[in-house]
Design a protein around this ligand. Structure first.
Ligand SMILES: [Zn+2]
Ligand SMILES: [Zn+2]
Length: 424
């Protein structure tokens, strides 16, 4: 177990150093695929597990550059070729004995954040901070990937005691809720009796675990582009059509949408880029935003109001506008029956000193698409929150987590699987 802890820590640090944002996890996927096939799993990747028509927010133009980078950083060419532009890996362990299908989701992508270069930040101090600009594992998905591969090994070592089929899903592009739906639409989860997702940190300390989650917010991620007309700011301002002002007007008014009486709503304009030069009427602007809601009705309300504002701001300044959906997720809840099994299992383990039944997620995770599909097909699903001390909030440039949580997570998942099989 100590060996496994060290192995996962080293792997997590290697992944942290080579952080890859959503849909660019080529090195990460190559490494996962390689390890799973070494362990004897049936391995699928690329379009074998991704339904292209349901892919959201993938920057197609950057794929050649990103695969080149991944190859330079140690990805294996045969896996890159098999991915053919679509990262993500499925490892299947078929015990050959009748039994349930248990699927687990591990997300593998980094956040689009520049990691801080500060001696106070352990990854920087110890030389494993991200070498890829604009990409940082500031949500802990490097840890999730390490746990997934750690679990893969533990399961193989006790294969004789297992039955049924275990599917380990290594999902790309969770950030911005872009990747899960494409895997769901491929039908990979349709035969699952049980589904487990796990997230470390989440504001809970090392040694605590929460068996289930509620309060997943429905969310839409979208870009708005404005195209106006440039003109000399001194000589002919009247000839310009100012895209910057349209976007700025949209940003301010989106943040003034009335909250919904029936529950939680959110809006954030996270990026606004516009303009070309000080003395030029700005011809182009790009706004990246997201809306959220506790229910589908509230989420639809927020996105509809935001779209109206985006459109009306364009007409105010006589510029053209386009709106693109870049990601979408839904609300869901954990199944009590499965939550109880996780809670009872964790309570018997020395690794945890505090076990809670359920907590609010307070955000979104596109594992919700997977949970919903499994539930629709008659299976049970839960989203576990694994306590891990963190040095800063998720997505912060100073984020780091307590690596001792990794082994606790693997032991928990392995024991929950054992429990599910003995109950079945
Ligand atoms: Zn995140
Ligand atoms: Zn996350």
């Amino acid at each position: 177990m100590e060996k496994l802890q060290n192995w996962m820590t080293a792997l997590r640090r290697d992944l942290h150093k080579h952080a890859e944002p959503g849909w660019f996890e080529f090195r990460t996927s190559s490494l996962i695929a390689e390890r799973l096939s070494e362990l004897g799993y049936a391995v699928m990747t690329g379009r074998e597990i991704i339904e292209e028509s349901a892919v959201m927010g993938r920057d197609e133009n950057s794929i050649p550059e990103q695969t080149d980078r991944a190859l330079k950083q140690g990805a294996r060419k045969e896996w890159i070729d098999r991915m053919n532009g679509f990262p993500g890996v499925l490892g299947i362990l078929d015990t050959g004995k009748p039994g349930p299908v248990i699927s687990l989701r591990f997300d593998i992508d980094a956040v689009e954040v520049n990691e801080v270069k500060d001696e106070k930040h352990r990854p920087f101090k110890e030389g494993f901070s991200s070498v890829n600009p604009g990409a940082m594992h500031s949500c802990g998905h490097d840890g999730h990937t390490a746990m997934g591969l750690g679990l893969a090994e533990v399961l193989v070592n006790k294969k004789e005691t297992l039955k049924g089929i275990i599917k380990l899903i290594f999902q790309p592009a969770e950030e911005g809720v872009r990747g899960a739906k494409a895997i769901v639409e491929k039908g990979i989860l349709d035969d699952s009796d049980y589904f487990l997702a796990i997230h470390l940190g989440m504001g809970f300390p090392t040694g605590k675990v929460v068996g289930g989650s509620s309060g997943f917010l429905c969310t839409t991620k979208f870009d708005v582009e404005y195209h106006g007309r440039s003109a000399h700011a001194g000589a002919a301002p009247n000839e310009g059509h100012n895209a910057l002002l349209a976007a700025a007007n949209a940003a301010l008014n989106m943040h003034a949408i009335a909250p919904h009486r029936d529950g939680v709503s959110r809006i954030n304009v996270g990026i606004l880029k516009a303009g070309e030069g000080r003395n030029v009427i700005p011809p182009n602007a790009l706004l990246k935003a997201e809306t959220r809601g506790e229910t589908e009705t509230i989420a639809t309300y927020m996105f509809k109001r935001a779209s109206t504002i985006a459109k009306s701001s364009a007409s105010m300044y006589e510029v053209e506008f386009r709106i693109y959906k870049k990601g979408e997720s839904i609300t869901t809840a954990s199944d009590e029956e499965l939550v109880d099994i996780v809670v009872e299992t964790a309570s018997r383990m020395d690794d945890f000193n505090e076990v809670e039944k359920s907590a609010e997620l307070g955000g979104s995770d596109d594992a919700a698409w997977m949970m919903k599909r499994v539930q629709e097909k008659g299976g049970k699903a839960t989203y576990i929150m694994l306590g891990a001390d963190i040095t800063a909030g998720h997505h912060n440039e100073y984020f780091d987590f307590d690596e001792t949580a990794l082994l606790k997570g693997v032991k928990l998942l392995s024991q929950v699987i054992g429990e599910l099989l003995s109950n079945h």
